[in-house]
Design a protein. Structure first.
Length: 260
């Protein structure tokens, strides 16, 4: 699971190793900096497995190089310790860069995968403009997995047209509600479906109760403006998503209670 703090910690660790190089100020300082830069450039374009090979190869070759220098120069203990310190700092810096690039690639893969799935499954028709139930659950489960990996939360929002709205204008209300909801959420990020002509269910990913409340207020305000109501002609319920199926069960239970 990708911890959001881990990239920050790795950056601080990398900076620490680089500062260590400057403090040690060995005779091979510029060589070490050159190795770090070249290895970093290579790792940007290679896979995670190949990046580890680069780190291992650079560490071993530099270690053999320092060992040879120490042997042929008959280096004393103090110099040998400096060489050992320089080698450890280089290995630490390379490992930090490898781990940091891996974190970035994992986050990039998660984002690309989610965007691809949303674009592929967000099939809209002229009358609905929303996902089907199966599509909503499929994409929603993918979002749930990604949020759990990043230790984020989501909000499931249930929007229903009030019974005070005349059935003769229900279709117009539904059309405007869908349009307003689609404009209120983040494109290619949040998803919605409309199980009936009086309901809309929205999944807001990577948000908070405060963020969801902003979306809720935006929808209610736009609906009031569109139909000149004193109050929004809709009711909105929100559930935090730890498990999408449990949150949907809660919404289904709410719908059954309102029907009865």
């Amino acid at each position: 699971m990708v911890n959001k703090l881990r990239p920050t910690l790795l950056i601080f660790l990398l900076v620490g190793f680089l500062v260590g190089h400057l403090v040690l100020n060995s005779e091979f300082l510029y060589v070490q900096i050159a190795i770090i830069i070249l290895a970093s450039l290579l790792m940007v374009f290679l896979s995670t497995a190949m990046n580890f090979v680069v780190v291992l190869s650079a560490s071993l070759l530099y270690g053999f190089y320092l060992t040879g220098i120490a042997f042929f120069q008959n280096a004393f203990d103090a110099v040998q310790y400096q060489y050992i310190g320089a080698h450890l700092l280089l290995v630490g810096a390379l490992l930090s860069i490898w781990l940091l690039l891996n974190e970035v690639k994992v986050l990039q893969q998660d984002r690309d995968k989610l965007t691809k799935e949303v674009n592929r499954l967000r099939k809209q028709d002229d009358s609905n403009l929303s996902l089907t139930y199966d599509e909503f659950m499929y994409v929603g489960k993918s979002i749930e997995v990604s949020m759990r990996r990043r230790r984020e939360i989501g909000i499931l929002m249930y929007v229903q047209i009030n019974d005070t709205v005349n059935s003769k204008v229900e279709s117009a209300f539904h059309h405007h509600l869908l349009t307003i909801c689609l404009n209120a959420i983040r494109e290619n990020y949040d998803i919605l479906m409309s199980p009936t002509s009086r309901e809309v269910i929205i999944l807001l990913q990577h948000t908070t109760q405060e963020g969801a409340t902003v979306v809720k207020n935006r929808i209610e305000s736009k609906m009031s403006e569109a139909f000149s109501y004193r109050g929004a002609p809709i009711s909105v319920e929100m559930r935090e998503v730890g498990d999408l199926e449990q949150a949907m069960d809660s919404i289904h239970h709410l719908r059954r209670n309102e029907v009865s």
